[in-house]
Design a protein around this ligand. Sequence first.
Ligand SMILES: Cc1cc2nc3c(=O)[nH]c(=O)nc-3n(C[C@H](O)[C@H](O)[C@H](O)COP(=O)(O)O)c2cc1C
Length: 322
Amino acid sequence: MSQSKKRQLALNVFLLRYGHHPAGWLHPTWTENGRPDLQWWIRAAKIAEAAKFDTFFVADFIGRSGVIDKQSVKNPNNFHFEPFTLLSAIAAQTKDIGLVATVNTNFSDPYNVARQFTSLDHLSGGRAGWNVVSSLNPVTAKNFGIEAPITHEERYERASEFIQLTKALWDSWDDDAFDHPDRHSGQFYDPASGHPVDFKGEYFKSEGLLDFPRPIQGYPVFVQAGNSETGREFAAREAEMTYSSATSLDVAKAYYADVKSRMAKYGRDEDQLKITPGLNVVVAETDQEAQDKYGELQALVDFSELEFGGKDLSKYPLDGPL
Ligand SMILES: Cc1cc2nc3c(=O)[nH]c(=O)nc-3n(C[C@H](O)[C@H](O)[C@H](O)COP(=O)(O)O)c2cc1C
């Protein structure tokens, strides 16, 4: 008999309301206005669920619409629903699909985030996932009044401590703490089922208990998408799923081998992490129609005012080195 384990692909859907292609909303087939549309999201989540996708991911580039400049006026994806609110609505309309919310650990507080995830997990019957991000956009930093730059290393340290504290808060109640309200004694819960937190870290402090039962899953499913050295190490230690953006099969294989090889030192088995490389698709009835559609989208991209991080790149050749 074969000793090999049964392996199964994990499929995640990552939608942006206006498409991943920068010219998606400029295509003549796009005829809607720019108002938020809950029904669009619910319909998409239901389609993904019917198609047996494992997870429905809501990205969050918090605050990126905080300035009006040449680039921001071109990008409708800077405007998006806050993930917990959106996924709570989707939770009520779906049954099986995992619901992954992005939370940036630079702009949130662990106690609030612990409550939000346990609420989403209970609302959805144990389907919550957390895409942990620690990116720091200067525009967003200004939105939050953050003046001193936070180094890349520090952001990941803060994210690790953030997770440590949220886990401690979720662990502050036993799984069954609220399963046996005792009308006889008048005790809604057994005091022994609560475990107050006393956390003093470098970035966060917290004392006390979470004000809601532990998530059904214990913790939400941890997802991560960092690609740097620190990001890969973080994924190996914390993540159960990573979003990677490989540009070729070789790059994808190297990433896979590298991240998985870092797990053992954290006492983790390689099977505890699913790697889901991104795949951008253009859908049409036939191959040719899909190619044509892609060509139309590419032709709609305006390369005349290209910039990155405030730097004008328009004078560089498009396919040449920077
Ligand atoms: C598929 C995918 C989805 C991502 N989603 C988000 C997101 O929703 N919000 C965000 O701030 N960053 C997002 N990122 C960026 C990553 O969290 C991370 O900042 C980036 O990959 C750089 O990682 P590094 O700092 O380790 O190099 C995403 C990256 C990928 C590949």
